[in-house]
Write a new protein. Structure first.
Length: 283
């Protein structure tokens, strides 16, 4: 057996599938995997290595997120087989992984508590009212509050696909509530470079504005974005235990800010991270 096949066999059993047949067919067979059962058996026996595009289907069938320990072990086993030896793996993969930081270096040392203490800003009600005024105002605020550079109405119109007049109105609106400042005629930037902002969601009367912003998110995702990753779990538990779990979930969502950057980059984007628990069926 190969390193990959051994890892796959172990993870398949840990996922609750005692046989290859059950694993393959309970997960939808060829419709899910994109290859035959015979082909899957060859993967599990080490007679063949999977194509890279097959990993998505395999991980979903194993109920593993790409960043989970089991998925990382499977990736490592695959690369060990491809590269031929642990030495080659360490030389190539180790060199690459050490050159890519997982979070902003300035925040990694102090963690999330330091971020809250030194980098977090709270919008007041007037500021959030201006931000949520319309879709152009909202996305203009996100562009400038998440970037340390200066922007013109033409820059914003080109990025959002809105009229320059609407962008100019949004810039003026956000400047009046002291979120932005003019750096020169027609150019604006954030008043607080490198900071991260929170909405006044718990203040009275804010829920309609938050609902409006949620609509902006959905509209932008439909136009320019889309799903990036998802993890779902259905579990029977007591409400009191789930309230405790929500505290941990809240912190995990907040800590996404540790990965944030205000610098330009080829693959940067605005990501929406959601932590939601819904009560379904009491019994």
């Amino acid at each position: 057996m190969s390193a990959f096949s051994e890892a796959l066999l172990s993870l398949r059993r840990e996922a609750g599938f005692p046989s290859a047949y059950r694993f393959y067919h309970r997960n939808g067979g060829r419709r899910h995997f994109g290859f035959t059962y015979v082909h899957y058996l060859r993967l599990e026996k080490g007679a063949k290595a999977p194509r890279a595009e097959a990993f998505g289907a395999i991980l979903k069938a194993l109920r593993l997120a790409p960043a989970a320990d089991g998925a990382r072990a499977l990736f490592r086993a695959y690369l060990l087989d491809v590269l031929g030896s642990p030495e080659a793996y360490e030389l190539i993969v180790g060199s690459v992984s050490k050159s890519v930081p997982t979070v902003s270096p300035t925040l990694a040392e102090g963690g999330f508590d330091r971020l809250k203490r030194e980098h977090l800003m709270h919008m007041n009600i007037d500021q959030f009212t201006a931000v949520s005024h319309d879709e152009t105002s909202y996305w203009t605020s996100e562009l400038l509050l998440n970037d340390d550079g200066s922007w013109t109405p033409k820059d914003i119109a080109g990025r959002l696909g809105c009229p320059p007049k609407a962008a100019a109105d949004a810039l003026e609106r956000l400047t009046k509530v002291r979120l932005l400042r003019a750096t020169s005629p027609g150019r604006y930037k954030t008043r607080h470079p490198g900071k991260f902002w929170t909405f006044p969601g718990r203040s009275k009367g804010m829920e309609p504005l938050l609902e409006r912003v949620r609509g902006y998110w959905d509209a932008m995702a439909a136009r320019q974005g889309g799903p990036f990753g998802e993890r779902l779990e259905l579990v029977r538990a007591s409400s009191s235990v789930m309230r405790q779990y929500m505290n941990a979930l809240h912190r995990a969502v907040d800590e996404a800010n540790l990965a944030a950057t205000h610098a330009k980059g080829e693959d940067t984007a605005l990501f929406l991270i959601e932590g939601r628990v819904r009560r379904l069926l009491p019994f």
